[in-house]
Ligand binder design. Sequence first.
Ligand code: PLP
Length: 367
Amino acid sequence: MKITTPYYLIDENKLLRNMEIIRQVRQLSGAKSVLALKCFSTWSVFELMRQYMDGTTSSSLFEARLGYEKFGKETHAYCVGYSAEDIRAVTAFADKVIFNSASQLERYYELVKTKKVGLRVNPGISHSHFDLADPARRHSRLGVTDKAVLAAQLPRLSGFMFHYNCENDDYPAFVRQLDYIGEQYGDMLKELEWISLGGGIYFTKEGYPVEAFSRTLADFAKTYGVQIYLEPGESAITGAAELVTRVVDIVQNEINIAIVDASVEGHMLDLLIYRLAAKMEAEQTTGHSYMVAGRSCLAGDVFGTFHFADRLEVGSEIRFADAAGYTMVKKNWFNGLAMPAIAVKRLDGTLEVVRTFDYADFLTSLS
Ligand SMILES: *Cc1c(COP(=O)(O)O)cnc(C)c1O
């Protein structure tokens, strides 16, 4: 089947690899994993993911609702700032309501007290390569920093949520952080049922010591008598999708520049925000070199510079790897560019286009 470019292509077999590691961690450690929907919300593959994960976690009312409706199992609701309307709506289906601050907890406790209530802790430590994504940055609003405030809220709480990592593939660093959390919060943890360690732990990365990681989690859970949750976003879907594009023009300005029918700004926005180059599955170091750029009018809409065995022509296909996380959830209509369709290669190899977008979607995104 030929699909019109541009499109995101999710490969369930690649997804399965991550799912099997998540299941292994669950079996070896007892830690449950809930999918962080802010990273990936493409619900057409939830049927597969549901068999390996324990539910979802969210950043907003709409994500929580999507998790409840499309994923099922446990629904954790978290939001940096709930409105009263959000709280009323979310308590209809969330199993856990996790607050970002003691003031939000105070304000809404009466409305949520029949649920399991959690509070986000800011432990003041983090592992992030970017200040923009560092929850422990100066003046961070993410989570409660004051231990006395946490202690005062304990009777209302069943758990703490910590989220302090971003693409942390350093297992010894993870252990040091967890030891620190045990030392700092251990007495309080003993009064709680569960603790979430958030996302950003890169335990599905090739070579990550999954068994040692699982033992560390199991030991921690036993020491403090808590159910551990992990909230993988990127780790759940890493490497599971490509953005498939086609060259629409080739121009020269000192170098050869291939312009494709997608855009970094519109379709892989995080590359722009974090100033990273796109990846290709089998990256070549020799051959014909091109800067590959998007077709938005933004001057810096550049995927990166790559080598190709053959000269590119108008119509050549270019596939960007690792296009599942923080891409489809962030795509936008900037420049009114054609929105990539979403296709899924099922476990049995069948190719299915699960969503296409057209002018009507652009039109109705505004009024
Ligand atoms: C972003 C986020 C996650 C997922 O992070 P990844 O880096 O994609 O694993 C999990 N929990 C919370 C609270 C988050 O903000």
